[in-house]
Write a protein that binds this ligand. Structure first.
Ligand SMILES: Cc1cc2nc3c(=O)[nH]c(=O)nc-3n(C[C@H](O)[C@H](O)[C@H](O)COP(=O)(O)OP(=O)(O)OC[C@H]3O[C@@H](n4cnc5c(N)ncnc54)[C@H](O)[C@@H]3O)c2cc1C
Ligand SMILES: NC(=O)c1ccc[n+]([C@@H]2O[C@H](COP(=O)([O-])OP(=O)(O)OC[C@H]3O[C@@H](n4cnc5c(N)ncnc54)[C@H](OP(=O)(O)O)[C@@H]3O)[C@@H](O)[C@H]2O)c1
Length: 261
């Protein structure tokens, strides 16, 4: 799309900072368009000008809804059109942010349930970082569970932030307890509290329930799954086998999911 056409629906913002977790994983921040609103768990569409045209991609917003800036957690895909350019950006460079926010994977859509399970592979962790910065979710549920699955342990980004959110919630006397589970699939089995194996295998064989001490069931459990589309599909199948159905606008349902590609 040409810059002229795109500029009607997007706002010209600035890259503020880049934090590199590994050579392929980074957190970046942009200025926030004037009047931009979103619900925790939603994504923005970002545009970069490449060869005179705008290339746009979806990015989950990791920052809190009240933050002055917008933050995102990204992987650089080998040969990827958008991310190759993203990798080369420097603070001060232009990033277009579409004026609307998108997505339905928000915790406020659940009207019941005691446990919120948030399953992520790779950068699919992003939406949960924003959700967990909202006080409401700590009051809405009794148990919050984040399960982050990655290939290698150095890809377990945001561990300190998640531990910090848990400690802050305890200090503030918020009702919910956060269980934060991490699993690696391509490193040797862990001796330091990490799980080993795919999220789907751990869900199927009861390892997630064992690690948290929580029983999964239709009455009490609500699920979000985000990231690798094959993981998301398999999670949906496992949950259906357990009697759960997708969240419906008209009410009912236990899970909501988001595919990243
Ligand atoms: C709703 C939604 C939200 C998204 N949020 C994020 C986000 O917060 N962070 C993020 O990094 N990406 C996110 N993505 C993916 C992102 O929009 C782009 O696909 C990604 O930037 C690659 O673009 P590209 O042009 O560089 O690569 P492309 O040429 O588009 O290459 C696509 C290929 O890269 C791989 N790929 C794409 N995204 C990922 C990923 N996140 N992790 C692992 N492999 C991937 C897949 O194999 C895919 O087929 C999201 C996608 C959707 C649909
Ligand atoms: N060139 C290629 O052929 C190729 C292929 C894949 C990815 N890539 C690139 O390499 C990067 C990988 O990114 P990433 O590691 O964040 O993403 P990822 O490949 O989705 O892996 C993240 C985690 O998800 C797990 N996973 C994958 N498929 C799953 C499934 N069906 N069910 C449950 N868990 C599943 C992985 O386990 P496992 O370790 O068991 O897979 C890993 O622990 C991307 O840039 C991608 O484009 C390249």
């Amino acid at each position: 799309m040409s810059v002229d056409v795109y500029s009607e629906k997007a706002s010209c913002e600035r890259l503020l900072s880049v934090h590199r977790w590994t050579d392929k994983l980074l957190t970046f921040r942009t200025t926030r368009p004037a009047g931009y609103t979103f619900t925790a768990g939603q994504f923005a569409r970002l545009g970069l000008e490449i060869d005179g045209e705008i290339v746009s991609r979806a990015y989950s917003i990791t920052s809190a809804v009240a933050d002055d800036e917008l933050e995102y957690y990204a992987i650089i895909v080998p040969g990827g059109k958008f991310t190759t350019r993203l990798d080369a950006l420097r603070p001060g460079d232009t990033v277009w942010v579409e004026k609307l926010s998108y997505g339905f994977m928000t915790a406020d859509r659940f009207t019941d349930g005691k446990q919120l399970w948030m399953l992520a592979t790779g950068t699919g962790l992003g939406p949960y970082l924003s959700i967990l910065q909202q006080r409401d979710v700590w009051e809405q549920f009794e148990q919050l569970v984040v399960v982050h699955g990655v290939r290698h342990r150095e890809e377990l980004a945001y561990a300190d932030q998640l531990e910090g959110l848990r400690a802050q919630a305890v200090a503030q006397g918020l009702p919910a307890r956060l269980h934060y589970l991490r699993t690696v699939t391509r490193d040797p089995a862990a001796a330091d509290g990490l799980l080993a194996g795919r999220i789907t295998a751990l869900l199927r064989d009861g390892a997630l329930e064992q690690a948290t001490g929580l029983a999964i069931g239709v009455e009490q459990s609500r699920f979000m799954a985000c990231g690798n589309p094959e993981m998301v599909t398999e999670v949906r199948e496992i949950l259906r086998e357990r009697g759960m159905t997708p969240l419906r606008r008209t009410g009912g349902g236990q899970f909501v999911t988001e595919d990243y590609w």
